[in-house]
Design a binder for this molecule. Structure first.
Ligand code: 5AD
Ligand code: SF4
Length: 449
């Protein structure tokens, strides 16, 4: 029998298999890797086959209602797996667990509910469930960063990995549920981040993305986000560094200057605008104006003329008029985004906008505005990619392209996907490529020999 390190007690998970399904943002993907790491220490074995699992965990997202509806569908599916294996333990973890708490047990029939700061407690919660009691822990923490837990890398391309550098959010945008589900901001000690990045590099990884809801607020002692970026970039010129997401209100010149200084810091900034109308931005509590946002875009271009800029946009926020919507369209055109994530406003219970504003744009109208935004952005993405034709880029190879094993795919510093013929290359190589053609989503290139 296997015992824990001290030989004192049998490992609880011995011989048992854990399956985890992840929805939502990259923070969630990172959290799932933390949970697997915690459970492996208890002897659980990670499986990719849900049918052989003894424990199924669903790591959930609450950002929009349709994300939650999809997950309710998956929770209903769990009955089927339980029928096949009556001892099965089913747990809901992450943002929906934090938001709905015991209601997931009452309405969903699950065994465990664990919020984003309760993952160290997973083994106990599973033990409770195994002995027939429901396990609930939705306590949010002011300190938890899981700093010393080495994530078990589940997304195994072996080339690029995510590193969570902070948790939570203090911005309270009126529409957003994240501050309620993920708690207040806290940053990981810089040395633990640098060590994790160095370890990834030593294991062949060539790209890390530093993750946080608002990375510009990273602070640990004297180290702010620009300093942290520089520390990670110094590990090796062969290690690319990216980050996501930054808030327009505090993307500083200092950060832009550090980005410009290091070739291995990727020239791509995701800067969610949400709206182009000052009145809507004010009601969203975004704390910047359109003019401020455009000045920050100008600053990015001053420091890095070749930097890609992408964004998030919400159509049909409370009180959004046709004129406000036109201003969003004009902002999109003025900035000329390389790509964007675009959403219909979805009211989230408990948020400022749910409590104080009326969700007064009809669903049909939100749909129309969203399609106009998508159509415009697709035109701009196509144009942005077409402008790259004839140019040279250094591409970090991620693996075989989806369509053909004779072709590879990888990303430019600007985070655009490029497909080109294999030659002698493999995942993790840097290849100089000239762009020969493009679509709205992909560049097609040729190696420069
Ligand atoms: N409705 C629609 N979109 C939302 N987002 C966040 N909350 C909502 C909501 N209630 C979007 C924002 C954010 C992205 C992660 O999700 O654009 O930047
Ligand atoms: Fe939500 Fe705003 Fe925080 Fe982003 S910055 S997670 S949109 S509250």
């Amino acid at each position: 029998m296997n015992f824990d390190k001290n030989g004192l007690r049998p490992l609880q998970g011995l011989g048992k298999r854990l399956f985890i399904e992840t929805y939502g943002c990259q923070m969630n993907a990172g959290d799932s890797e933390i949970v697997v790491s915690i459970m492996q220490r208890e002897g659980y074995i990670y499986t990719e086959n849900i049918k052989e699992a003894d424990v199924i965990l669903i790591n959930t997202c609450s950002i929009r209602d349709n994300a939650e509806q999809r997950i309710w569908g998956r929770i209903a599916d769990m009955r089927r797996y339980r029928k096949a294996k009556p001892s099965l333990v089913v747990g809901i973890i992450g943002c929906m667990a934090e938001r709905l708490k015991e209601r997931l047990i009452d309405n969903g029939g699950v065994d465990i509910v664990a919020g984003p700061d309760a993952y160290r407690d997973m083994p106990r919660l599973v033990r409770e469930a195994e002995s027939g009691r429901k396990g609930v822990n939705v306590v949010l923490s002011q300190e938890e960063t899981y700093a010393e837990i080495a994530p078990v890398r589940l997304d195994k391309n072996g080339v690029s990995a995510f590193i969570s550098i902070m948790r939570g959010c203090n911005n309270y945008c009126a529409y957003c549920v994240v501050p309620y589900t993920r708690g207040i901001e806290r940053s990981r000690a810089p040395q633990t981040i640098v060590d994790e990045a160095r370890d990834l590099f030593a294991h062949g990884y060539r790209e890390v993305t530093l993750l946080g809801q608002n990375v510009n607020s990273y602070r640990s002692g004297d180290v702010g986000f620009p300093e942290l970026m520089a520390m990670v970039a110094e590990i090796s010129p062969l290690l690319r560094v990216r980050f996501s997401t930054s808030h327009p209100k505090d993307i500083s010149d200092r950060l832009l200057e550090v980005m410009a200084r290091y070739d291995n810091i990727c020239k791509a900034i995701h800067l969610p605008a949400q709206s182009g109308s000052d009145e809507v931005l004010r009601r969203m509590n975004r704390k910047y104006t359109r003019a401020w946002y455009l000045e920050r875009i100008a600053a990015i271009r001053r420091y890095m003329p070749d930097c890609a800029i992408t964004t998030d946009l919400i159509a049909g926020f409370c009180g959004e008029s046709e004129d406000d919507h036109r201003q969003t369209l004009s902002l999109i055109r003025e900035v000329g985004y390389d790509s964007a994530f675009m959403f219909k406003y979805s009211e989230r219970p408990g948020t400022y906008s749910a409590r104080h504003y009326e969700d007064d744009v009809t669903d049909e109208e939100k749909g129309r505005r969203l399609s106009e935004i998508i159509a415009l952005q697709s035109e701009l993405s196509t144009a942005s990619n077409a402008r790259d034709e004839g140019k040279e880029f250094e591409v970090l190879v991620e693996g075989a392209s989806k369509r053909s094993d004779k072709q590879l795919c990888g990303r430019t510093s600007q985070n655009k996907m490029v497909v080109f013929d294999c030659g002698t290359h493999k995942a993790g190589d840097y290849v100089r490529v000239r762009i020969k053609g493009s679509s709205s989503a992909t560049l097609f290139g040729e190696e420069i020999l």
